[in-house]
Design a protein around this ligand. Structure first.
Ligand code: S3P
Length: 212
């Protein structure tokens, strides 16, 4: 490379500025992803963390590590109420170790105490997926005890009906759908910038699309 390196493209420096503004406004807070199983919280969360150069933490993995067993085993041996108590404790601990991007299990935001803690220590994003998308994604795996029912579609619809009123409490809502992951990540970044700095809008949207 020559000593007089060519200038960084404006669009890239604009993106860097947006990311830096988000990080500065975030301070010690986390970015917490909430939403149904199959909404893409881990996939999007991992990519969002990489873009922001933040650690990524998956609450389900942390619960499994803390318990020394898998989530299906916890459900089978201890039952859902014990799982929920452990989940709330693990999320409370993780919320004290920010900044990071944290993907939470689909049922965790039903607990009032967890919503309150997330509200105090994080900016939350609801990845909102419809039942078709969820079903298509979850049927590839058998590690969700709540979906081991005779009619998983009915179960997903029931859970969506019960849970959406709580997911709506998240600070930001992003539609999770079958588009490239980076597009959803861009939308998260745009919405975070708008929420945290109050200055995003057309300008940042242009900046983000310029680097796609
Ligand atoms: C659950 C979702 C799962 C996991 C557990 C219960 C739920 O996490 O915590 O199986 O109640 O929706 P994901 O949302 O990451 O699949």
């Amino acid at each position: 490379m020559s000593e007089t390196a060519s200038p960084v493209p404006t669009s890239l420096s604009q993106e860097a500025e947006i990311l830096a503004e988000i990080l500065a406004a975030l301070g010690k807070r986390l970015i917490v992803l909430v939403g149904m199983m199959g909404a893409g919280k881990s996939t999007i969360g991992r990519r969002l963390a990489a873009r922001l150069n933040l650690p990524f933490v998956d609450a389900d993995n942390e619960i499994e590590t803390a318990a020394g067993m898998t989530i299906p085993e916890i459900f089978e041996l201890h039952g859902e109420p014990d799982f929920r108590d452990g989940e709330a404790r693990v999320i409370a601990r993780l919320l004290d170790s920010g900044p990071a991007v944290l993907a939470t299990g689909g049922g965790s935001f039903m607990r009032e105490e967890t919503r309150r803690r997330v509200g105090e220590k994080a900016v939350s994003i609801w990845l909102k997926a419809d039942s078709d998308v969820i079903l298509r994604r979850v049927k590839r795996r058998s590690d969700r005890p709540l979906l081991q029912t005779a009619d998983p579609a009915a179960t997903v619809n029931r859970l969506l009906g019960e849970r959406e009123p709580f997911y709506r409490h998240a600070d930001i809502t992003i539609a999770s759908r079958d588009v490239p992951h980076d597009r959803i990540v861009d939308e998260c970044i745009e919405a975070l910038h708008a929420r945290l700095s109050g200055t995003a809008g057309k300008q940042s949207a242009d900046a983000m699309s310029a680097v796609r």
